[in-house]
Design a protein around this ligand. Structure first.
Ligand code: C2E
Ligand code: CA
Ligand code: CA
Ligand code: CA
Length: 275
């Protein structure tokens, strides 16, 4: 028995445990899922804390697995990266998100997560151009979310790609800010349009003094660098108020709206905050 791996083949050995076996099955299921339209994008709103308006939505991938019900992207994205499917999957996400956003009733932006591996294969710049052209979405309404590993690996090559994409008018956001090793130095290397403060810092607001100091330091720095700030994982009103007081520009989280097919996602915050 063999399953396709990143380098072509990986062989089944009798000592493979059940976990590994189920992983191989998942890889095969992933391939079938791409062919069988089992993927769907959910959209989660981002709220501008000054205006109280929804300004954009992050596209979050969902896999309706035929027998396992819902599989988390935290589980299947790494798998898709390992078995060489992330290129195809990422291309589908980019096309689907831009096509959907182009039909939205307001000019919200759409944010798309890009895997570091998508910088390695087919030209990401061309894929972005193609998606924009096919959908008719203005480049200024597209935002790409990347993590610092993009800059960690193959810095010169990846920075050239990021600059080319940014030159189109597409925004680049640094995701999960604060969780890596040297996030700060990246702000010097590449002019990000936005920083997304990881939810681990937001979780302990508003009472934890250390979390408060960290978030304050990030928002102060971002302001002087003229970079937008989004706080992720905002689950309570108290967290949102603390972020407003810290001059954080945008908030995203269950308190504002859960990821959902877009109709639900944009109605929910409007009911809660009015317009
Ligand atoms: P992420 O980019 O950091 O996305 C934010 C995650 O936090 C999402 O998990 C979202 O559902 C969740 N979240 C939002 N608000 C809250 C909140 O208030 N509390 C808590 N506890 N969680 C909240 P999700 O959708 O399970 O996605 C997990 C990760 O999978 C994403 O993390 C991202 O790294 C990856 N991912 C999702 N879609 C894609 C995609 O299309 N392409 C790629 N390459 N990665 C994706
Ligand atoms: Ca993200
Ligand atoms: Ca994040
Ligand atoms: Ca403010």
């Amino acid at each position: 028995v063999k399953a396709e791996g990143r380098n072509g083949w990986c062989f089944y050995r009798p000592e493979m445990d059940a976990q590994l076996q189920s992983r191989i099955e998942m890889e095969q299921d992933l391939k079938a899922a791409l062919a069988g339209n089992q993927f769907q994008l959910y959209y989660q709103p981002l709220l501008n804390l000054d205006s109280g308006q929804v300004v954009s939505f992050e596209a979050l991938l969902r896999w309706h697995h035929p027998t396992r019900s819902m599989v988390s992207p935290a589980e299947f994205i790494p798998l898709a990266e390992e078995c060489g499917l992330i290129g195809q999957l990422g291309e589908w996400v980019l096309n689907e998100a831009t096509r959907t956003a182009a039909r939205w009733p307001q000019d919200w932006r759409v944010a798309v997560n890009i895997s570091p591996l998508q910088f390695r294969h087919k030209s990401l710049v061309n894929l972005v151009k193609k998606a924009l052209k096919a959908s008719g979405l203005p480049p200024t309404r597209l935002e790409l979310e990347i993590t610092e590993s993009v800059i960690l690996e193959d810095e010169t090559h990846n920075l050239a790609i990021l600059n080319a994409i940014r030159a189109l008018g597409v925004r680049i956001a640094m995701d999960d800010f604060g969780t890596g090793y040297s996030s700060l130095s990246y702000l010097r290397t590449f002019p990000f349009d936005k920083i997304k403060i990881d939810q681990s810092f937001v979780r302990d607001l508003p009472h934890d003094k250390n979390a408060l100091s960290i978030v304050r330091a990030i928002t102060d720095m971002a302001q002087s660098l003229n970079v937008l700030i989004t706080a992720e994982g905002v689950e309570t009103e108290a967290q949102m108020e603390a972020l407003k007081a810290l001059n954080c520009g945008e908030a995203q989280g269950y308190f504002i709206g859960r990821p959902a097919p877009v109709i639900d996602a944009y109605i929910q915050p409007m009911i809660r905050y009015g317009t």
